[in-house]
Design a protein around this ligand. Sequence first.
Ligand code: PXL
Length: 263
Amino acid sequence: MNRYTEFVTPVALTIAGSDPSGGAGIQADLKTFHRMEAYGEAVITLITVQNTVSVDRVEILAADLVRQQVDSVVRDIPPKAAKTGALGSAEIVQTIAEAAQNWTFPLVVDPVMFSSKGSPLLDRAGHEAMVELLIPRATLLTPNLAEASGLAGFSVTDVASMRRAAETIAARGPKNVLVKGGHLLGEAVDILFADGHMHEFAAQRIPSTQTHGTGCTYSAAITAELAKGTALPDAVARAKTFITRAIQWAPGLGHGTGPLNHF
Ligand code: PXL
């Protein structure tokens, strides 16, 4: 084995669901890792049957099968950063939270509850397990406005409430919180609460219906940057640039909500 390569290669791990259309989930994460020049590892939690038009089926894997995948790759090729996406069940959330107790690398948790078309990818018990067990272990939590509203306990609708939500959610354990304002009107503003400081990232809004997998791609880009050793605010800034361009240059594929341009 080439120890030098092992030392310098940024390795990023995603633990998420499969989207066979290639726009979201594991597939989006791996494409993003690759484009951001990180070596990607991928543990699958659930399999969706979906395309850009509809999600037709969701099959959640057994928690012990997910855990075995995680343990197998982490002990052989330890990542320098990891992210979670759709986790499917409370049992999977619990086993990932247990595994994460021993991790020294940063963990980005994207609190995915629904697919972009509204299909449930985590039930209520799973959400409770995430809040109680996994979120407190997160280096970074990346809720969108709806997820931030649920976690903060008040409605998050503008930049002022995003700031309040980031601080409120951070009090529940995640070290850092990025509230994503992609669904705001006007500029696309995201708020990062990190180490007691507020950071604001603004980008021009790109009117587009080709936004399938935006959340997955954004958190994957941040994870790749963290794997490369980039400091969190810079990692978010670079990921924001990447996601903005990926929306801007979407290839216009499919008959529904099309994917981004991961190149
Ligand atoms: O964007 C959330 C998400 C996560 N994981 C999978 C998905 C989606 C959205 O469609 O399909 C597998």
